[in-house]
Design a protein around this ligand. Structure first.
Ligand SMILES: Cc1cc2nc3c(=O)[nH]c(=O)nc-3n(C[C@H](O)[C@H](O)[C@H](O)COP(=O)(O)OP(=O)(O)OC[C@H]3O[C@@H](n4cnc5c(N)ncnc54)[C@H](O)[C@@H]3O)c2cc1C
Length: 505
């Protein structure tokens, strides 16, 4: 059953999709179905549901919101939003400038934007008329002492407009993923104690701050761990649009007539270049789907163990890259239909592009992961695995060698690390390629698995050759191996349709 309410005007449809009888994070199949169908039907509304059901409600549930606020989010009385990123600094989540100063007289927090660069930007909202309760990140201060970045639930606008002390300035319209993006400033907004998502921390009546976590750094990491609820939505949503894009493009390539100087009038898909684009896109879309669904349970679990956060972030990065590639190739194979909005593909691309930055910048996630892996935190480079197939063996080798290269001579200085930042990204991408191959082997049909791996190897063929892991003959033979798979897949198009149907496109 498609849970996306069709046949209604967009705003009425959004109201229905925001409301539930219980938190959808407690009902994974239902949440996943809603997110997948909304992403395919309307990427903009998917973005609002990702903010509401996962970012705002997830943080509220996970970090100790009052029952009535959770109930008001779940019922859809409030639409949820997340105000984390700030205008003035790159990587702003690592040092928030918005302030929440505790007032012991009233036991409230006074929320303010102390400098122009502390404005929350971009803050994404639903259409005017939707009352919005935002999860806002701010530096928590008591009596001049700082206690790290904490989260607060703040009503930022009601049905009539901004709440007192909140200024909401619309951003100029944007072409891709058009939504109501804004810049938000706070001027002495009073936030009651119960709307501090205190997650076990407390402030005594005489103003003494207690936190079960070790220090402000640990608190900041815990605060930002809310991102995993969003990553669960992003991964299932992007995998869904990747499948939908491939499905649309394959269907079009099957019926679009081309006039060939040698073969006469034949469907576009009979051309090998179309097959390579679209079957490769199919392999990427199905790999993204497998990765996303495998991790949904961990993304949407409460109190997830700290060690898994890095892998969950890297899965968000990997799925974004796979989905982006799939949609891009589907567009590239579709001519003008890849450009005009009525054919939907460009809207899907808007979503895959948005999430390279939204939900945490993919490069930063990669660099952070590389840093901790280079330091050996919960990581050892993969050894040869007995019984692993040729692809996994190659990818393990690549990861190991890049790790060696990255860590040789690291001395803790900025200059040394900075000189290796591109290498660090290659290393995490090799790590993700290895993990992806291990996860999808046995899940994808063998031809599609092999196609996925061959394309990964082909992208780094020069490196494999230089390292002596492939011979010149093997490198020169890669294109024909890919072509042979495409010809086999083309002979049996029904298999592809079944695959897409079976994975819920
Ligand atoms: C469509 C869309 C909607 C969004 N909606 C919201 C929303 O509703 N709420 C919200 O809070 N945020 C939202 N965001 C913001 C999003 O979360 C941020 O874009 C993201 O956190 C990246 O921040 P930034 O744009 O400031 O990039 P920057 O932090 O400025 O990064 C720019 C570049 O610099 C690099 N860089 C930065 N720091 C370092 C470093 N230390 N080392 C190496 N490289 C570095 C990054 O890798 C990146 O490539 C949205 C973004 C988009 C695109």
């Amino acid at each position: 059953m498609n849970p996306w309410p069709t046949g209604e005007p967009p705003e009425a449809r959004l109201r229905v999709a925001l409301a539930a009888d219980r938190p959808l994070l407690h009902d994974h199949p239902r949440l996943r179905a809603l997110l997948e169908s909304s992403a395919v039907a309307d990427p903009g509304e998917f973005f609002l549901l990702f903010l509401h059901h996962c970012m705002a409600t997830g943080a509220a549930l996970d970090q100790g919101a009052a029952g009535e606020d959770v109930a008001d989010l779940v019922s859809g009385r409030w639409a949820g939003a997340a105000l984390l990123a700030e205008l003035g600094h790159a990587n702003s989540n690592s040092r928030t400038h918005t302030e929440a100063v505790f007032d012991p007289a009233t036991r409230e927090f006074v929320l303010s934007t102390p400098v122009p660069g502390a404005a929350k930007y971009p803050a994404t909202f639903g259409p005017a008329g939707f009352a919005t309760l935002a999860v806002v990140s701010a530096r928590l201060l008591t009596g001049g002492a700082e206690h790290g970045t904490a989260l607060f639930l703040v009503p930022v606008r009601d049905e009539r407009g901004p709440c007192p002390g909140v200024s909401i300035e619309p951003c100029p319209p944007t072409a891709l993923l058009p939504l109501d993006y804004t810049t938000v400033r706070f001027d002495g907004v009073r936030v009651p104690y119960r709307r501090w998502l205190r997650d076990g921390a407390s402030i005594t009546p005489d103003g003494e701050f207690h936190d079960p976590l070790a220090d402000a750094g640990a608190r900041g990491r815990r605060t930002m761990s809310m991102g995993r609820f969003g990553w669960g939505a992003i991964t299932v949503g992007l995998a869904a649009v990747a499948r939908a894009a491939v499905s649309l493009a394959l269907e079009r390539a099957g019926r679009r007539r081309t006039l060939d100087r040698l073969a006469g009038e034949i469907p576009a898909i009979d051309h090998l270049n179309q097959q390579r684009l679209l079957f490769g896109a199919l392999a990427s879309a199905l790999a993204a789907t497998t990765l996303a669904r495998r991790e949904t349970g961990r993304y949407w679990s409460f109190g997830a163990p700290p060690g898994v956060h890095r892998e969950l972030g890297l899965t968000k990065v990997a799925v974004t890259a796979l989905a982006d590639r799939a949609v891009n190739r589907a567009r590239s194979a579709s001519g003008t239909a890849g450009f005009f909005s009525e054919h939907r593909l460009i809207g899907y691309q808007g979503l895959t592009l948005a999430f390279q930055s939204a939900g945490g910048d993919n490069r930063l996630i990669g660099l952070d992961a590389a840093w901790t892996m280079a330091a050996g935190q919960d990581y050892t480079p993969p050894a040869d695995a007995p019984g692993a197939d040729e692809w996994v063996t190659l990818f393990r080798h690549r990861e190991r060698l890049l790790h060696e290269e990255l860590t040789a001579g690291l001395d803790g200085s900025f200059d040394t690390w900075n000189a290796r930042s591109e290498l660090a990204l290659r290393f995490v991408s090799a790590h993700s390629a290895r993990r992806t191959a291990e996860v999808v082997s046995g899940e994808l049909p063998s031809d599609l698995y092999e196609l996925h791996c061959l394309e990964e190897v082909e992208a780094h063929a020069g490196w494999f050759l230089a390292r002596g892991l492939l011979t010149a003959e093997q490198v020169l033979g890669l294109p024909e191996r890919i072509n042979a798979i495409c010809r086999r897949l083309h002979r049996d198009p029904t298999t592809l349709e079944h695959l897409l149907a079976g994975s819920g496109s």
